[in-house]
Design a protein around this ligand. Structure first.
Ligand code: NAD
Length: 260
C-alpha cells in the first residue's frame, strides 16, 4: 500500500517507533530510522528491514533535542530518500517527579524532545509535502495529551502541546492533501515504561509482575499492555486511503484509560 512512499520515523531504534517503522516498511515504504542506541543493533535493524521488505532503509543519528539537528534530519531524508511523504514524530523521554522537585534541565529536555522537535521537523518537511500535494504527519501523543497524571509535569505539558500543534497543522493543511494526526497510546510495554515498572517494584517492595499489574490496574481498564505492533497498525491505517479525510484528531489506543 505504501510502495514508493518515503517515511521518517523519529525515535525508531526502540519501542513504539521501531514498531511503526517495521509496520510502514512491511507496507513497502522506504524508511529513515532515527534514535540512539547500540550501533551494531541499529545496523542489524536497518539491514533486516531492508532485506525483509525490499525497501531502502537509512539511519540518521540526529539528537532531536537540538533544533538544527531536527532540520538536518529532514534535509538528509529528502536527499537520500528523495522526499518525505510520511513523518512520524515519535521520539520521547520521561521523567517522574513532583513539580516542586522537578529538575529544570529535565523540563527543558522533555519539552525539547517530546514537543519542540515535532515543530522543527514539521517546519522542515511541510514545504516539500505541500509542493507534492501529499503528506501524512503522525505525532505520537499519549493519553497524557488528553488527561494528566501526578508527577509528570513536563511530559503532560509536552503531550498536551503536541496535540495543539497537531490540530494547527491539520487546519493549515486541510486542503492540501496532507493530514496530521496524533496517536495517543496508554501503557505500551517498552523500555520507557519498563523503567517505571522497575521503580514501582523497588518503591513498593513488590515483584515485577505485581508492579506491572498495579501499573495497569491504576489506569488501563483492559489490564493489558498495547503492543508496539498495534501502534504500527494504527499508523498504517492513518496512511491508508480510508483515512484520507481524518485530520487533526487524537486517536486513543488505551484500553479504556480515557473513557473513565
Ligand atoms: P523508548 O524509550 O522505547 O523509545 C524512545 C525512542 O526515542 C528511542 O529510539 C530513543 O533513542 C529515542 N530518543 C530519545 N531521545 C532522543 C533524542 N534526543 N533524539 C533522537 N531520538 C531520541 O520509548 P517508547 O515507549 O517507545 O516511546 C516512544 C514515544 O511514545 C514517546 O514519544 C513516548 O512519549 C510515547 N508514548 C509511550 C507510551 C508507552 O506506554 N510506552 C505511551 C504513550 C506515549
Amino acid at each position: 500500500m505504501l510502495k514508493g512512499r518515503n517515511a521518517v520515523v523519529t525515535g525508531s531504534t526502540s519501542g513504539i517507533g521501531e514498531g511503526v517503522a517495521r509496520a510502514l516498511a512491511a507496507q513497502g515504504a522506504n524508511i529513515m530510522l532515527n534514535g540512539f542506541g547500540d550501533a551494531a543493533a541499529i545496523e542489524k535493524l536497518r539491514a533486516e528491514l531492508a532485506a525483509k521488505h525490499g525497501v531502502k532503509v537509512f539511519y540518521n543519528p540526529a539528537d532531536l533535542s537540538k533544533a538544527a539537528e531536527c532540520a538536518a534530519l529532514i534535509e538528509d531524508a529528502e536527499k537520500r530518500l528523495g522526499s518525505v511523504d510520511i513523518l512520524v514524530n515519535n521520539a520521547g523521554i520521561q521523567h517522574v517527579s513532583p513539580v516542586d522537585e522537578f529538575p529544570t534541565e529535565k523540563w527543558d529536555l522533555i519539552i525539547a524532545i517530546n514537543l519542540s522537535s515535532a515543530f522543527h521537523t514539521i517546519h522542515a518537511a511541510l514545504p516539500g509535502m505541500k509542493k507534492r500535494g501529499f503528506g501524512k504527519i503522525i505525532n505520537t501523543g499519549s493519553t497524557h495529551a488528553l488527561v494528566a497524571s501526578a508527577n509528570k509535569a513536563a511530559y503532560v505539558a509536552a503531550k498536551h502541546g503536541i496535540l495543539g500543534l497537531t490540530k494547527v497543522v491539520a487546519l493549515e493543511t486541510a486542503t492540501t492533501g496532507i493530514t496530521c494526526n496524533a496517536i495517543c497510546p496508554g501503557w505500551v510495554l517498552t523500555p520507557l515504561v519498563q523503567k517505571q515498572i522497575d521503580a514501582r517494584a523497588a518503591n513498593e517492595k513488590i515483584d515485577l509482575k505485581q508492579a506491572e499489574h498495579n501499573l495497569l490496574a491504576e489506569k488501563q481498564p483492559s489490564l493489558r499492555f498495547t503492543k508496539v505492533e498495534d501502534i504500527g497498525g494504527v499508523a498504517v491505517f492513518l496512511c491508508s486511503p480510508a483515512a484520507q479525510n481524518i485530520t487533526g484528531i487524537a486517536l486513543p489506543v488505551d484500553g479504556g484509560w480515557t473513557a473513565q
